[in-house]
Design a protein around this ligand. Structure first.
Ligand code: SIN
Length: 282
């Protein structure tokens, strides 16, 4: 086995090489967990994970979520298909977001395996919500310290004609259950969370699923939410991951945002995603 190399990336994240995710020792796994918790996103190259291996790796982290809105692989209901076919214009995850913030116990993380890639494009962007919080000015930190925000998946996955998936071809026959989205009860999460593993503060609002601050209307919430989003989108604490055959990424949904770039029209991109259950955030 090759030596394990850890390359810290600009912005956030680490690339770990010299590891075979199918054959990790307890100490390898503890080292991976420590990097995950510290850096928010970890990348692996040159892996050969079967679907069963993908699930085995995910189960080391906790219970696996069965996605309610994405299509699953026929033989693996716990593996969600994040696919874009050559005839589709829109993609899944094509805007800054963090997965499952519309849940009362948002997912710990997601593990994405590249299965079929376009020749060019299809990178994924990540942003650090630890660094986003740290670099806010003191006045804004004080303003958001005790705020909470309402999150929802209804306007993205639901039946209303205005929802994202009713107005895009990203889901075409691949995402379902809009009625289930309508039934979601919208959770309220702190705007600044203390990360459950690392005990460090992170900004926890995102443009896809955060709808407003608690006790405020959408209109009242908009100026401050936009200011927070603009701060993250400046790009000072982002990284861009270029996928290759055998690449695997695992991100922490509590301390990062991500965005699947949609710059490969006319080409197929097939990814398999397994999401690990999380806990309530404080
Ligand atoms: C996602 O948002 O989970 C998909 C990310 C990607 O396809 O790069």
């Amino acid at each position: 086995m090759a030596a394990i190399n850890v390359t810290e990336l600009d912005g956030l994240g680490v690339e770990l090489s010299g590891l075979d995710l199918r054959a990790l020792t307890e100490s390898d796994f503890a080292m991976i967990q420590a990097h995950f918790s510290e850096h928010g996103v970890i990348f692996f190259r040159d892996q050969s994970l079967s679907e069963a291996d993908h699930l085995d790796f995910a189960r080391r982290w906790g219970d696996v979520n069965v996605n309610r809105f994405f299509a699953a692989l026929p033989d693996f209901p716990q593996i969600a298909l994040v696919a874009k076919e050559p005839d589709q214009a829109d993609n899944i995850g094509g805007g800054w977001h963090t997965d499952h913030s519309y849940d009362h116990e948002p997912a710990l993380g997601s593990i994405l395996v590249a299965r079929e890639l376009p020749d060019a494009g299809g990178d994924t962007m990540f942003a650090s919500m630890y660094k986003a919080y740290e670099t806010l000015d003191e006045e804004t930190k004080a303003e958001i310290e005790h705020l909470k925000a309402v999150h929802s998946g209804k306007h993205i996955f639901g039946t209303e004609s205005s929802t994202y998936y009713q107005n895009s071809d990203a889901g075409n026959g691949r995402i379902g259950n809009p009625e289930k989205a309508d039934e979601l009860t919208d959770p309220v999460h702190p705007v600044v969370i203390t990360h459950p593993l690392r005990g460090k503060k992170a900004l926890y609002v995102n443009p896809a699923f955060t709808v407003r601050f608690e006790h405020q209307t959408k209109e009242e919430s908009e100026p401050l939410l936009s200011k927070l989003y603009a701060h993250v989108m400046k790009g000072d604490f982002q990284t861009r991951f270029k996928w290759r055959k055998g690449s695997v990424a695992m991100w922490d949904n509590r301390s990062t945002w991500h965005w699947a770039l949609n710059d490969y029209q006319g080409h197929r991109r097939i990814m398999h995603r397994v999401t690990v259950e999380g806990c309530a955030l404080n």
